[in-house]
Ligand binder design. Sequence first.
Ligand SMILES: [Fe+2]
Ligand SMILES: [Fe+2]
Length: 133
Amino acid sequence: MSWASWSEKYATGHAGMDQGHRRLMELINQLADAMESNKPMSFCSDLLERFIEHTRMHFLAEEQLMDRIRYPKAKEHKALHEMLVTDVLAFKASYDSGTTAQFVTLLVILDCWLERDISAADKELADFVAVPH
Ligand SMILES: [Fe+2]
Ligand SMILES: [Fe+2]
């Protein structure tokens, strides 16, 4: 199963951000494949961990960019990042504890990431960066 494939509609126009989003989508698709084909839990958990690490680095880079340019909407954008990381960490904790974590729960979180962060907040940030201030 492929959760999402990169398409131009996700392009923000900022090369660094777009490259990061592509990479994160690849990791999620790997995770979806692993979970669908019932790979061992430790294998899936490691993939999830890698995704979280990459996400954190990606968010940090965006946040440093926002600070550097004194981005007016930095507070809201950072709060969105924090919410997404918190949700994915909660999913991982429940997955690792062997309880009822369903991959579909993670997909709901990721859909929110795609819609609210990549397609909206990141796009807005990229547009702001593109205009000389
Ligand atoms: Fe992003
Ligand atoms: Fe973002």
